[in-house]
Design a protein around this ligand. Structure first.
Ligand code: FRU
Length: 635
């Protein structure tokens, strides 16, 4: 087909091209010591832009450069107003970063034309918890083209989330805020593409992690009826490779003993409970019946119960003699059971109350005897208890007790008593790593200790599901200069998702000159080795976020969180997994990790290395793009 270009069309095209190429106009980046020609009233905004997080504030992230507007000066109680000088609207969009309270009119940024508020925006938070992260917002201001306008940033709120954060106000022909896609299912804008999420509705803790006959089972705390926590039920999915998941019907549902809180599952190889039928072994789930959390269980205490399946986890029968462990203390919950072969007994670790955890023993999963109570400072909920080999020391094993926050103690266990070596240690430093649990019954020929965490607290605006799991990690115990430590690294099966790859080797990194990988991707598996040289900071820019190693402080940071990390022979090794809503960073082969949720912009797809305050060396950088696990052709 021939297409003729008429002169009028050509002029129109040229005009469009010219518009598309017009540079942005910066209205304010708040990088100065003062607010310059903006007018400040009240106390909430201080006398000049903030330099990040203020005292007693959750970590503020997502702003550009060093400064931003942060009206938390003096806490939530303070009020004030910040008004821009007059400017002429000269582009279609006004883009800005905004965070803080969602109190329309009270914590807001407004556009004023002819004395009237014609556009307004707030932060995302209207309840406790939430996030201090700034996100892009965009106003379409085409109708005000050529008109005089002002921006005012208002903080009149004095209660919870009574503050507002703003940065990088720009007039542009391009919209910065994301268009949120709410379908198709599993390809929505904020659907993780290689992390587990429920098909619909809420999840929190991973439960009942058990391997049986080629399948990794993942049960999970689930609200089948809502996008927020409630009606706790065990949802269910299985995988043959820890990467691709098949969603199955819910496994265990609430009854008159309570809703179904967290717990574990084991294969009863020796049929100690007598549930086995025919050639199938019984998988037994040990869970908390959370009495009093539903109409049907009013007045009941929290107890521990069991259910079993003799059809590879497809259907579940609750044991008629439930509960198997009566109420012990507080809201005791989250039983994790392990087979102790030398004594031929099951051992249960159970959260009791405050910082107390209990160990219990049973011959048959049906009757339990209390062995010990262990206090773990700063720890609560979801214990895990297992023994592991020490790497490089054939025949040497240690028992490890972990709590929901992933902190752990190592020690000796003789079948009746656990003797911890010292106070709890920390492996993950990210904001979203909780309710950790490891797989039971991984075959001896594999021998791995595989852990999944709930990435608690991420936000998934307008998505049909809520919350995600961490990528499964292999735990190892390794000798370090500080003593024996738990390391965590992504399971090797991730390599099944790798697509295109780009790499750089032996590049010099100088301040102000990022060195990008010649590949763009939404999903990444990145490996890097960096020699900080005489740089103050060296690291990677990953889809618009920064993973930074501070050579002087010897710390690794990402998304406002920081982990201590010593270089090894002068170098730092990084492994970074990037999905649509998360960044997981592993330093020095898993000596520390930073597990964090974030909403990444679909347009930001680049990875680059950088150095600040001196020169550094990029020893190697390898970036693999990853395929979605939800695309049919990958199954
Ligand atoms: C941890 C937790 C558990 C409890 C479950 C309820 O996140 O509070 O202690 O069993 O969630 O959903």
């Amino acid at each position: 087909m021939n297409v003729r270009l008429f002169p009028g069309m050509l002029a129109c095209l040229l005009h469009l091209l010219a518009i598309a190429q017009r540079p942005d106009i910066l209205l304010a980046d708040f990088e100065g010591e003062t607010y310059g020609d903006w007018t400040v009233t009240g106390t909430a905004f201080g006398i000049g832009p903030a330099r990040g997080t203020l005292p007693n504030q959750m970590p503020v992230s997502g702003f550009r450069g060093r400064g931003l507007v942060n009206s938390y000066v003096g806490g939530d109680g303070s009020t004030g107003r910040l008004v821009s000088p007059e400017f002429t609207v000269a582009r279609r969009w006004i883009n800005f970063l905004i965070g803080g309270g969602m109190h329309p009119g009270q914590t807001s940024m407004n556009l004023i034309v002819d004395g009237a508020v014609v556009r307004t925006a707030t932060g995302p938070n209207d309840r406790p918890g939430g996030t201090e992260r700034l996100e892009w917002a965009s106003w379409d201001v085409a109708e005000f083209d050529g008109r005089k306008a002002r921006i005012e940033i208002v903080d009149e709120a004095t209660g919870g989330w009574g503050h507002i954060n703003v940065d990088e106000i720009t007039m542009s022909d391009e919209k910065m805020a994301e268009e949120i896609r709410t379908e198709p299912l599993f390809d929505e804008s904020y659907r993780p593409q290689f992390h587990f999420t429920p098909m619909r509705n809420w999840t929190n803790d991973p439960n009942g992690l058990v391997y049986y006959k080629g399948e990794y089972h993942l049960f999970f705390q689930h609200n089948p009826f809502g996008i927020e926590w409630g009606n706790m039920t065990w949802g269910h999915a299985v995988s043959r490779d820890l990467v691709h998941w098949e969603h199955l019907p819910n496994a265990i549902e609430p009854d008159n003993l309570g809703t179904i809180f967290s717990g574990s599952a084991v294969v009863d190889h020796e049929n100690t409970a007598g549930f086995a039928a025919g050639r199938e072994k019984a998988i037994v789930a040990i869970y908390t019946a959370a009495g009093g959390t539903s109409e049907a269980s009013k007045g009941q205490p929290f107890t521990q119960c069991i259910a079993y399946s003799v059809d590879r986890g497809r259907t579940w029968t609750k044991y008629a003699g439930n509960p198997v462990l009566a109420h012990v203390a507080g809201d005791n919950r989250d039983p994790k059971v392990v087979w102790h072969a030398p004594s031929r007994r099951w051992i249960m670790a159970l959260y009791l109350k405050d910082n107390d955890f209990g160990l219990f023993r049973s011959p048959d999963l049906k009757s339990w005897e209390h062995l010990q109570t262990i206090a773990m400072p700063d720890c609560a909920e979801c214990p895990d208890f297992f023994d592991m080999p020490v790497q490089g020391k054939p025949g040497v094993r240690r028992w490890v007790l972990t709590a929901a926050n992933g902190r752990y103690v190592m020690g000796d266990f003789d079948g009746t008593h656990f003797t911890p070596d010292g106070p709890p240690l920390q492996v993950d430093y990210g904001a979203n790593y909780y309710a950790v649990q490891t797989y039971s019954d991984i075959p001896k020929s594999d021998g791995r200790r595989i852990q999944i965490a709930w990435m608690n607290g991420g936000s998934y605006p307008r998505m049909p599901f809520n919350q995600q799991m961490s990528f499964p990690c292999t735990l190892t115990l390794r000798q370090t200069p500080d003593g024996l430590r738990l390391f965590r690294m992504p399971v090797r099966e991730i390599s099944r998702l790798r697509g295109e790859c780009a790499s750089l080797r032996n590049s010099r990194l100088t301040p102000g000159k990022d060195v990008p990988l010649p590949l763009q991707s939404e999903l990444w598996d990145i490996e890097a080795e960096l020699d900080p040289g005489d740089a103050a900071v060296v690291g990677l820019r990953v889809r618009g976020e920064t993973v930074a190693y501070d050579a002087k402080a010897r710390t690794l940071s990402c998304l406002g969180r920081t982990a201590p990390l010593e270089p090894i022979r002068g170098r730092i090794r990084l492994r970074i997994l990037v999905d649509r809503t998360s960044i997981e960073v592993f330093g020095n082969d898993g000596r520390v990790s930073l597990t964090s949720c974030v909403l990444l912009r679909s347009k930001d797809r680049a990875v680059a290395a950088f150095a600040e305050g001196g020169n550094a060396k990029l020893v190697s950088l390898v970036g693999h793009s990853l395929r979605s696990v939800w695309k049919r052709q990958d199954r």
